[in-house]
Design a protein around this ligand. Structure first.
Ligand code: ZN
Length: 399
């Protein structure tokens, strides 16, 4: 999936200890200069320019791809900033002699940027293992940067993920690159129609990012997992152990979780994350019980593949209940002979109890708004739910 870029760098509700303090004083100077220049700009324009300031204050443009946050002793979270070609978050585990990174983003240069973030803000220890939670491009296409870094490195995934990467990664990458010219045309039209300078600048930046992606990925080399397993793989270390575990079908057929019992932390990829779940390759029926199985582990810190990390289980439980409720509503609709359009009309945000409970709807809107800039009316959450209904219906028989 492709998210529009806006690098809303404003700190969100879940932002914790930012490790990156170094750019702050220069950012302040820049803000002062720019504030007077922009004195009549609309709020939307200001929001856009705020993001531009944050980018300009970073040491190099691609180094603004992540914010590194300390989660707990030895464990860090790289929260991905929005990009035209979306990057996933990474979980970073600093062990006694080396580092384990969970997930590898959508392109080698993003992974190379994370390697520099780690060296600069976390530890000089080398990255020894990269875990791919699942086969999706925005979690795996950066693998080769770790190989290129020149240290011994192994890539860990489930057997299923390795198989899906072998079968699908190259074809899907080709399809996504082939789709870029059409997206660029749309953005050019949008820029031409818009009278908002900030929106025009946003479109230009999206186009630049997409074209740079297409150029970079021309030389792509698929780096497949080197260590694979069916149900679990243990990475022991004097600092703490990491249990890489498959708990059943969920977001894909091969998602794994990385659990650290000593730190009560878990990396969950896209099986549990901070956006609406994505069912494109998903298994809607077994997914809730896969989350139930993961929930037996004793953890407090939950680091998902997208959106902010969590310090309790509220979002995880909300997501689990949403998947279960939506799947049962779609299954009922199918039994009753409803068309997709009829289901999308009846299964509304307001009618989904799981979205209305424990602040889940507000949370999803907030994380979505932090990942996309808005010009004019904001797309309703129903759009995302409608896409979910479509995908759940298509994959209802996946078991
Ligand atoms: Zn995914």
């Amino acid at each position: 999936m492709c998210h529009p870029a806006d690098p809303t760098s404003h700190p969100h509700a879940h932002s914790h200890n930012h490790v990156a303090h170094d750019a702050r004083s220069s950012r302040r100077d820049f803000l002062r200069t720019m504030s007077s220049a922009l004195a009549g700009a609309s709020l939307l324009e200001l929001a856009y320019h705020r993001a531009a300031w944050a980018r300009a204050a970073a040491p190099a443009s691609d180094d603004a791809l992540f914010t590194i946050q300390k989660v707990t002793g030895g464990i860090y979270f790289a929260h991905a900033h929005p990009q035209a070609m979306i990057n996933c978050n990474a979980a970073i585990f600093v062990r006694s002699k080396d580092v384990v990174v969970v997930d590898a983003h959508s392109k080698p240069s993003a992974a190379a940027s994370l390697i520099r973030h780690i060296e600069r803000e976390v530890t000089p220890k080398p990255v020894r293992y990269v875990i791919n939670t699942h086969f999706h491009w925005d979690h795996t296409l950066g693998n080769q940067a770790y190989r290129a870094a020149g240290q011994p490195v192994d890539f860990i995934a489930s057997n299923t993920t390795k198989q899906l990467m072998s079968e699908l990664s190259i074809a899907r990458l080709k399809a996504s690159i082939d789709g870029i010219p059409a997206q660029v045309d749309k953005l050019r039209d949008r820029a031409a129609r818009s009278s908002n300078p900030a929106e025009k600048a946003f479109c230009d930046e999206q186009i630049r990012q997409m074209q740079a992606y297409a150029v970079e990925l021309r030389d792509f080399h698929l780096e497949l997992p080197t260590i694979t397993f069916d149900t679990s793989y243990l990475l022991p270390d004097p600092a703490f152990d990491l249990h890489v575990e498959f708990h059943g079908h969920s977001h894909t057929a091969g998602d794994v979780f990385v659990f650290c019992p000593q730190a009560r932390a878990i990396a969950t990829g896209d099986a549990i994350h901070g956006f609406l779940p994505n069912f494109g390759d998903g298994y809607p029926r077994p997914w809730p019980s896969t989350i139930d199985s993961v929930a037996h582990a004793d953890f407090r810190f939950q680091m998902g593949g997208h959106g902010p990390y969590q310090t309790d289980r509220t979002v995880m439980t909300c997501q689990r209940n949403y998947i279960e409720e939506l799947t049962s509503r779609v299954a009922d609709g199918k039994t009753a002979g409803l068309s997709l359009a009829e289901m999308q009309q009846r299964i509304t945000v307001a009618s989904l109890r799981s979205l209305q409970s424990n602040g889940y709807q507000d949370f999803l809107i907030r994380t979505r708004d932090e990942s996309e800039p808005h010009f004019g009316p904001v797309a309703p959450l129903q759009d995302g739910v409608n896409a979910n209904i479509r995908d759940v219906l298509a994959n209802l028989d996946h078991v």
